[in-house]
Design a protein around this ligand. Structure first.
Ligand SMILES: Cc1cc2nc3c(=O)[nH]c(=O)nc-3n(C[C@H](O)[C@H](O)[C@H](O)COP(=O)(O)OP(=O)(O)OC[C@H]3O[C@@H](n4cnc5c(N)ncnc54)[C@H](O)[C@@H]3O)c2cc1C
Length: 264
């Protein structure tokens, strides 16, 4: 099978599918040889996978994926997807029974029809650092649907959960200031780094950023632990710490009967 797009989604999916192929024997498919019978090719137009993350994260992840038996094709732009075959702009072909398109994000079309509010090429609403839209002070946008400047960076604030979370907390204060006719603060994104899951058993290549005053590459069990901790923190943010602890306890009790593949 082929996955088009070597961003976080394509990378996580390829590792997860490799893991899934390996656990299929637990479901009775003993004749399947995961490495040889289930080929996974990850095709990326840029020169490296995970282009949005630091190069060393990308390199470490590429090594781990290769070890897992995922074939990487970088600097190859998919030009055509036909039944059973993919053709790249450079003339290469890849045979694939199944192709998953995981290349890029686009905001919903409705955003470009909101009474002339300007959008960028991805369809996100252009906002200022106050999160007000470019031409209307009374319309705010946050999260994935907003293209917010990131000072000191050529890019905008990335479309990530941590950015949406920070903007939500910011907007709570900004809206209170607006209602009191006080000047609006400006949003500053703090990059806490990125974690990329590479399957249940394998290591996780990742990065911790701005908070520690630099960047640190973390891999292996520690990275896996961080990934799981972040998920638990997410549950705590949604349901409170008491429910998170109960949920964690319930998970440990049920884990032997849970599916051995990631379903979410
Ligand atoms: C596969 C995948 C993996 C990801 N992994 C990570 C990760 O590991 N770390 C990370 O930081 N970020 C990750 N992200 C990105 C993260 O999910 C988003 O940045 C985050 O969810 C953005 O939050 P949001 O509230 O802006 O948008 P969303 O979470 O997308 O919420 C928008 C909501 O609005 C609803 N909606 C849309 N249109 C309408 C409409 N017209 N009317 C009413 N409701 C509507 C949608 O159904 C949705 O529920 C991942 C994203 C994907 C797709």
């Amino acid at each position: 099978m082929a996955i088009v797009g070597g961003g976080a989604t394509g990378v996580e999916l390829s590792a997860e599918l490799r893991n899934t192929a390996q656990v299929l024997s637990a479901y009775g498919l003993h004749k399947l040889d995961p490495r040889h019978d289930v080929g996974i090719v990850l095709i990326e137009a840029g020169p490296r996978i995970l282009p949005a993350l630091q190069e060393r994260v990308s390199t470490a992840t590429a090594e781990l994926l290769t070890k897992l038996g995922v074939k990487l094709m970088t600097s190859e732009t998919v030009a055509e997807v036909a039944p059973g075959i993919i053709r790249t702009a450079s003339g290469k072909t890849v045979r694939a029974d199944l192709t998953v398109w995981a290349a890029g994000i686009r905001a919903p079309a409705i955003l470009s029809q909101l009474d002339g509010l300007p959008v960028n090429r991805l369809g996100q609403l252009n906002v200022r650092r106050t999160l007000q839209t470019e031409i209307d002070d009374n319309v705010f946008a946050l999260g994935d649907c907003a293209a917010c400047p990131w000072p000191g960076n050529e890019k905008n604030v990335p479309p990530r959960a941590q950015a949406a979370h920070q903007q939500a907390s910011f907007l709570l204060k900004a809206l209170a200031a607006r209602l009191d006719n006080r000047p609006l603060p400006e949003f500053t994104y703090r990059d806490f780094g990125s974690l990329v899951s590479l399957g249940h058993f394998s290591a996780v290549g990742n990065l911790m950023g701005g908070v520690i005053g630099g960047n640190m590459l973390i891999e292996g069990l520690f990275a896996r632990f961080m990934y799981m901790s972040l998920y638990r923190l997410h549950i705590a943010a949604l349901h409170g710490y008491a429910r998170m602890v109960l949920d964690t306890f319930a998970y440990w009790l049920r884990r032997t009967t849970l599916p051995r593949v990631k379903l979410h």
